[in-house]
Design a binder for this molecule. Sequence first.
Ligand code: PEP
Ligand code: MG
Length: 635
Amino acid sequence: MAYLWAIDCAAGPEEGTMFTCTMIAPGIAYGPAVIWVTAGESFRRQQISPPSVPAEIQRFDLARRRARHELDEIASRAEAAIGSSAAAIFTAHGQLLDDPKFFEPVVRRINDQHMAAELAVHATVEEFAGRFASLGNGHLAARAEDFAELGDRLLRHLRKEAPRQAPCLSNPGVLIANHLGAADIIALERRNLLALVMIENGPTSLPALLASALGVPVVAGVPQLSGRVRDGDTVIIDANHGYILVNPSALAFQEYRMRREIFDRFSTELAELRDVPAVTPDGRVVHLGANVGLMEEVPYALAQGAESIGLLRTEYFFLAHSDPPSEEAQYDFYAAVVRSVAPRRVTFRTFDLGCDKSPSASPTAEANPMLGCRGIRLLLERRDLFVSQIRALLRASRHGPIRIMFPLITSLTEFQETMLIVRQLEQQLRDEGMSFDARVPYGCMIETPAAATISDLLASEVEFLSIGSNDLIQYMLAADRTNPRVAHIYEPLHLAVLRMMRTIIHNAHRRGRTVSLCGEMAADSIYSILLLGMGVDELSMSPVMIPAIKQIIRGVTWAEARDVARGVLREQRAKDVAAYLEKMMESRFPRMMSIYGSDGDPLASVPEPDRLIFAETKSLVVPRDDQTTPVVAGI
Ligand code: PEP
Ligand code: MG
């Protein structure tokens, strides 16, 4: 299990070694490594004798109650310190401990297989975590880490170990942790923290999301670093390009001193753009929103200059609970988000759950969950979930402007069926005398080739379209977005994808509808001018990238951007498009490209055999006055 892997320091460091990793928060930092290792894997006893079974079950029960009590305390601390959705995570962990679905398998393992309590907990947590880890969709698969954190807590209580102390640095340093839980991030002392490396955490895991707002460079997903760095080693973290250098050469160090100065100056400049619109010199406005999953991310998103929340992934809230959250609990959460964002708008995406992505939503396993009952399909099957969510969202709409959109639509019939239920629920609320905004705009995510192909028909029925490029690319190119073996096939610049996007935008604009794009493409500077030129009205992205994308939009005319888009669509291969865009960006935004561009490899001039790159984990990277008015735009 990931969280039990210790960093094997015995292997020792290597001079000038470089690792690739995934950026969580940008920036450059260097300093001494401070290694923070969580629980070890060895168990004192694996098996027990049959007469010891009752005492062992009692021991487990005591540990469970103590862990429960500890979680209640953390939940109230988290509630006071950062807000209700972080608290809900710990409350949910606590509820899980009380859930027979979780504790009975542990007891059965002790009783039937005579496992020691530690091993029984370990095996049960592994089983639960495994179910989540096998999921296709990154941020849902990352829920496996919740179970890991829970298992860690239980094991500590079984071993009667002192409560885990949050990592704390007495001198400035780069914290390198094998695995951090959400509770660790919340308790993390920021003083002296230069950067954070989360070796085992997935880039879309909850702890990673929380860490993205720490205000220091953060990287994750670099298991190859285990055992190759020691306390006190000098490390350079280049979160902009996704590199970690251990004991760098004097030359590399000098290079990074310079890069950091450039980056710091650049960041200060970007911060000044916070309150200005993303508008081209010739007047084309692009609305920039933030993608968030938790209440805790909202203040950070607004501080980065987000003009709205362009994608609220509601399934994070769902998955923070061991049982489906009630309408009331959902209402409290949605209303709190809306209030904190108003007068700006929040675009809620209804639960994007899949059959085996949420055991409590559906117990049926599927051979191909990515092609199975996920997104709107699941919600139409599990009406109870859909009804409570739509009612809660509509009720929250009286606190500020919201939009609602549906994931993974594939046909007009599906959208119409969805809207029929929504209209019935609106009527139900009226009959009950509940107030809500009767003009909430409804939209459709375009994430499948089918929806893209009929985007003309869908655009006639909706108030806005939102391109979910992460899924659209994977379904168009038949390449699983989470499978590194087909990462080279998953090409955002594939002409099939770009032509499809142009069609979607064209179809929407002809019907007076706006188009937003909320996949990872929106946050990658290399695509900004192309998307602008193709006529996208809104981009919604990870909040950390909003200032940089805004600077690009403000630095290029719309006329120029359309020329670029025309040029790109005349190319034939993705690699030609990439070369074209890189060249153009290098001439238009040389400084930004030197910071974020692909030439960031500090060892680029070093001959091949001397280079050690261990991981390839670097990510690819209004009719109503709150609506953007679409301009028949693009090429
Ligand atoms: C997308 O598919 O682009 C998207 C934004 O949705 P998610 O990444 O949550 O599937
Ligand atoms: Mg999607």
